[in-house]
Design a binder for this molecule. Structure first.
Ligand code: ZN
Length: 450
């Protein structure tokens, strides 16, 4: 049980806008029990020294890839793309041990908290031992991630991923994918075991790695079980042109087109990337009520392409952001790059704001990430409202990038003015969390991996 707490903020982001003089009270279960704007500071409330924002959900993470951030940036001779990056990523995936995974994830999750993410959706496919044999405990690697999240104090939705084959036409995995081997029963078993430990800070869902990695029958079987249990379903889709081409060759349909026609896609679904999607496919995703998880810095780093953000916002589609390969762990940078990529391609400004019919692109993108994060996580994480989890972050009021910024422009400056503003304080489910990442275990893991 958390203790009930009362905070008073001079400004807080409530229902999509800055509100003044806000009382935020949390109950013993770690949810907001009272949110009141325009009130006098109650004598029993802790007065916060600056404006506060709700915490954001990081909708897509592969924690172990934190170990290669910045270390896969040297081109090998000739061509370098997603697929050559993937070979370098596999080299770490094949070596990492459960204690190393825990140390790297604990460090990463503290970094995410420090940046104002209060929940992370972990798309987890490192199931087996390095030789490809299942661990004695099928939850070995999953529990390393759960312990890391508990140590950091971040909320976690663990998504054990189904990964069965190396490509559309393959009958199994390649040798260097042996740690990913899984079946509908194994991933559903992990999710069900985690659901027995569910709390305001821990939820489980299902990940289907991608259309190329999961056969049609297993996809439908796993999705049906997830639907029955009301769990979120996540899937990488249409990230790379090769995947679109292979899907067309196999099914005569594009990945999202095929998925909408053949899988029970609904509001529990979260399509990761969807970079290569057509207008008709996006309309279909919106009509199904599914969300899209955008990972702007990873999509840029891997040369994935540019998502049709303006089209999606104009359709009033649901989306959130993720940091995926963790080349950055900062939501401000994700939102900035998301908007800037559009500006560079379209040679216009304020693409997100214009598409949504609002003035502030930062406000539109933050609001979208906040609203979409709840569906990705499968928990109530929608911001400052009664019943939502009591999370907030407080950007350092002394930060250089915020100096002299009028309060109503604070979110614009956070997103569009560098250097990054650190969070002075972060609260998850009504509790303050430590903001210094545990370096020792991370450094030891990095030394042995590299
Ligand atoms: Zn991913």
């Amino acid at each position: 049980m958390a203790e009930a707490r009362r905070f008073f903020a001079p400004r807080a982001w409530v229902a999509g806008a800055w509100a003044r003089d806000v009382l935020l009270a949390s109950d013993g279960g770690g949810s907001w029990s009272e949110v009141r704007t325009g009130c006098e500071a109650p004598t029993d409330a802790e007065v916060l020294p600056g404006a506060v924002l709700p915490g954001l959900v990081n909708g897509h993470s592969h924690a172990f890839q934190r170990a290669i951030a910045g270390l896969a940036e040297r081109g090998t001779a000739g061509h370098d793309d997603f697929w050559s990056w993937r070979e370098r990523m596999y080299a770490v995936a094949l070596r990492i041990t459960p204690p190393q995974l825990e140390a790297i994830a604990a460090f990463l999750y503290a970094e995410l908290l420090q940046a104002g993410y209060t929940h992370v959706c972990e798309f987890h496919y490192l199931h087996n031992d390095a030789d490809g044999r299942p661990y004695a405990d099928p939850l070995e690697m999953s529990l390393a991630l759960v312990r890391a999240a508990q140590r950091a104090g971040i909320g976690l939705t663990l998504l054990p991923a189904l990964y069965m084959r190396s490509g559309f036409a393959a009958s199994g995995l390649s040798e260097h994918q042996r740690r990913f081997a899984s079946t509908p029963e194994s991933v559903l078993g992990i999710a069900q075991a985690l659901r027995r430990q569910a709390s305001p800070l821990l939820a489980a869902g299902i990940a289907l790695h991608s259309l190329r990695a999961v056969d049609d029958g297993a996809l439908r079987e796993t999705a049906a079980a997830a639907r029955q249990a009301g769990m979120p379903v996540h899937m990488h889709v249409a990230e790379q042109q090769a995947e679109v081409d292979d899907c067309l060759a196999r099914h005569w349909q594009r990945p999202i087109e095929w998925l909408l026609a053949n899988a029970p896609v609904d509001s529990h679904w979260n399509l990761v990337h969807a970079t290569r999607s057509t207008e008709a496919e996006l309309e279909g995703v919106r009509d199904a009520g599914a969300g899209i998880v955008l990972c702007p810095t990873t999509e840029a780093n891997l040369g994935d392409g540019v998502f049709d953000l303006g089209g999606w916002l104009a359709l009033q589609g649901r989306c959130c952001i993720g940091s995926d390969s963790h080349v950055t762990r900062d939501w401000c940078e994700e939102l900035r790059l998301l908007e800037y990529t559009q500006r560079v391609v379209l040679r216009r400004r304020n693409v997100a704001g214009h598409a949504a019919g609002q003035e502030s692109s930062a406000g539109v993108l933050f609001g979208a990430a906040l609203a979409g994060g709840s569906g990705a996580a499968g928990l109530r994480l929608g911001g400052f409202a009664v019943g939502e989890r009591a999370d907030f972050c407080l950007p350092d009021p002394q930060a250089l990038a915020l100096a002299g910024v009028p309060p109503e422009h604070l979110l614009d400056a956070l997103v569009f003015s560098s250097p990054r503003t650190p969070m002075a304080r972060v609260c998850v489910a009504g509790r303050d969390v430590p903001l210094a990442p545990p370096r020792e275990g991370f450094l030891a893991a990095m030394r042995s991996l590299w």
